[in-house]
Design a protein around this ligand. Sequence first.
Ligand code: SF4
Length: 208
Amino acid sequence: MEKRDAVAAGLMLPVMEAFYTIQGEGTFSGHPAYFIRLGGCDVGCVWCDVKDSWEAAKWPVLSIDEIVAGAKQYLGRKVVITGGEPLMYDLGPLTTLLKSEGFSTHIETSGAHPFSGDFDWVCFSPKKFKAPHPSIYEHANELKVVIYHQSDFDFAEKHAALVQNDCQLLLQPEWSKAATFTSKIIDYVKFHPNWKISLQTHKFMDIP
Ligand code: SF4
């Protein structure tokens, strides 16, 4: 099979980096996890801190067997698939293989492409720069909205109205705007107690 066809089938994927670390954000903050950062993103967030990931062609294309072999080197059995925008690819084959090897599968996505894959935890972080695909709303276990501008609170509520009732609702200050927005988020959550605060704790710990 040609490499391009294997990528289209989700049997090979461009991997920018993969590393074992501590999940710093969201509901699973503090848990050890193996992160697989796929290359390629067409969302274009102005404040993106992984702009290098945008161009998929820059990164090596690995088979899903190679990717899973990397994860198996470590003791932790949580895998977080992130990007870039990982839903640009069919994640069915990779997540099926990961689960057959005993991994719990998590994803961090803007939801900008049709949902695929077998996930134990879906972190949906919508972005204003490219609208989510409607398929994400029934799968999201966690809605994590990055607060970069005052209007992001309304943006967060708009998406909260579309996710399932048991979806965790999280507001997270964008790192460079934390001095401005952390106190506003604290006040917001006090008056809207269905929301919780998520912080990028890995940045405080100075880990990737
Ligand atoms: S969706 Fe993620 S990777 Fe893509 S531009 Fe936005 S922050 Fe960067």
